[in-house]
Design a protein around this ligand. Structure first.
Ligand code: HEC
Length: 97
């Protein structure tokens, strides 16, 4: 598992920061994350946490924890698996907001 993550990280780095951010933004919007967490991660609804400017490593970990069930929230346990393979790109996009 660790090896897979390292390979994914290396692939993401080799693509260059611009396209990684662009695809993170596209995934964030296309998966419907923005519908709850707001445009660019700036939520207008108190029950949906703002994600803009949060630490990328922390966002990545939350998505992994929602996927594994280590962190329990019915909505996010359903949403996080859709971000599989794009956790880092989405986290990088949001932390840069
Ligand atoms: C239907 C509304 C909804 C959608 C869509 C949604 N989320 Fe969430 N998200 C929530 C709620 C509610 C929480 C707070 C869960 C809790 O209290 O533990 C949350 C929590 C989070 C957190 C942790 C934030 C924190 O402050 O602890 C992250 C990261 C996150 N969501 C990312 C995403 C991503 C990425 C997507 C798209 C794949 C997404 N969410 C889609 C409602 C949503």
């Amino acid at each position: 598992m660790k090896k897979v993550l390292l390979v994914a990280a290396a692939a993401a780095l080799s693509v260059g920061s611009f396209s990684v951010q662009a695809s993170g933004e596209a995934m964030y919007n296309n998966l419907g994350c923005s519908g709850c967490h707001g445009a660019g991660g700036n939520s207008m609804v108190p029950s949906y946490p703002s994600l803009a400017g949060k630490d990328a490593g922390w966002i990545f970990d939350q998505l992994k924890d929602f996927q594994s069930g280590k962190r329990v929230d019915p909505t996010m346990n359903a949403m996080a698996p859709m971000a599989a393979g794009h956790e880092q790109a989405i986290a990088d996009f949001l932390s840069g907001k």
